[in-house]
Design a protein around this ligand. Structure first.
Ligand SMILES: [Mn+2]
Length: 366
């Protein structure tokens, strides 16, 4: 039987077909050869969890659900996404020019937390050395410390959480998901720390006092609702870089069934997104993590992972708009195709077009 003639038929690439990577981005597991503006890194460690384990499965599951947002093969094209409420496109440049790359996962050395943490710090260090912005998917919250440890320049930290994560080190337990902010606070590179959404009735008063004694700003949910996102920006000097750590339990309990530490009375998704948007406008976000999604606890629709994928995507869409990010990565304007929208044209300064691809040579380390 003669071979069928090759055709140019468009593909659907439905979300349940094909290989999985974050937003179906190109992959690079040899970080010495990384050429990207944004590097997604999974950190599937949950050995720091004193309650229900399972957050180790989050990087893989969030990738799987992110494919829902990736566009349908050659039918939609591999572009960014369109936000109808804003009549605006996001992440087109990054997706079309393959500037967003999925780096796979840090190697987890089970029962050897120090080695695992060293691997995480080394991986994030390589991503930074390549001039890319690390987007880290946990894992439980313990992993934030080895991530922030990789930055060599001064930065400020915004921590979204229902809990302080500021526990003292008792019985030698220092690397658990109750400790990361106390660990981060000791790093010489870390300036201000703002803790947002803290509300758990399991909060230890002594941890609050210790955090405030360092000068950290604690923004409770009522604080946040009184003044909005502006309340978070008070302690973040304009023009100085910020790292953001998002514990998904900052959201209200019913939104995150797939989270072992969910608490009532949390932020709505819109509140979190608006807060992240305000931070991304105020300061250059040089990296962020999203932690504590636990697919083993999630509902059958896997909505917690879906929400996490959307949150990462929407925050990223705002982070790349900061002028300092654009300078560092020489962000090119996206050439308008036939799918271009009025919003995208407005976003690109009304010119509608242009400029060459960004170049790795053009990126600089701080
Ligand atoms: Mn936490």
């Amino acid at each position: 039987m003669a071979a069928r003639k090759p055709t140019e038929e468009p593909r659907w690439d439905l979300p349940y077909t094909g290989f999985v990577s974050f937003l179906r981005s190109p992959t690079c597991t040899d970080l010495r050869r990384l050429d990207a503006d944004i590097a997604v890194l999974g950190v599937p460690s949950d050995e720091g969890s004193p309650w229900k384990p399972g957050a180790r499965f989050a990087p893989r599951k969030i990738r799987e659900l992110s494919v829902q947002f990736a566009g349908r093969g050659t039918v939609d094209g591999q572009r960014g996404y369109y936000d109808i409420a804003e009549d605006k496109r996001y992440l087109d440049h990054e997706r079309i020019n393959r500037r967003l790359v999925d780096c796979g996962d840090s190697d987890i050395v089970y029962t050897n937390v120090r080695k695992t943490f060293d691997n995480i710090t080394a991986d994030v260090g390589k991503i930074l050395a390549a001039g890319a912005l690390p987007v880290v998917i946990g894992g439980d919250h313990a992993i934030t410390y080895p991530v922030v440890r990789a930055f060599e320049h001064r930065l400020h930290v915004v921590h979204f959480d229902a809990h302080m994560d500021y526990r003292p080190f008792i019985h030698g337990v220092q690397w658990a998901n109750g400790n990361p902010i106390r660990n981060v606070a000791k790093l010489p590179t870390v300036g201000s720390i703002v803790q947002v959404g803290i509300r758990s009735l399991r909060t230890r008063q002594a941890d609050v006092e210790d955090s405030r004694a360092r000068g950290n700003d604690i923004v409770t949910v009522p604080d946040f609702r009184r003044r909005g996102a502006a309340r978070i920006l008070d302690q973040l000097p304009r023009g100085e870089p910020v790292y953001v750590s998002i514990d998904v339990d900052v959201l209200d309990l019913p939104l995150v069934p797939g989270c072992a530490s969910a608490e009532v009375n949390g932020l709505s998704y819109e509140e979190l997104r608006d807060a992240l948007t305000a931070i991304a406008r105020h300061a250059e976000v040089v990296g962020f993590d999203l932690v504590e999604v636990n697919p083993m606890l999630d509902v059958a629709s896997e909505n917690t992972s879906l929400l996490a994928a959307q949150c990462i995507m929407e925050f990223l869409g705002r982070v790349v708009e900061h002028p300092a990010y654009k300078r560092r990565h020489r962000t090119a304007r996206v050439v308008e195709g036939r799918h271009g929208s009025a919003g995208a044209r407005r976003a690109s300064g009304g010119l509608g077009a242009i400029s060459g691809p960004s170049s790795k040579r053009g990126t600089r380390r701080r």
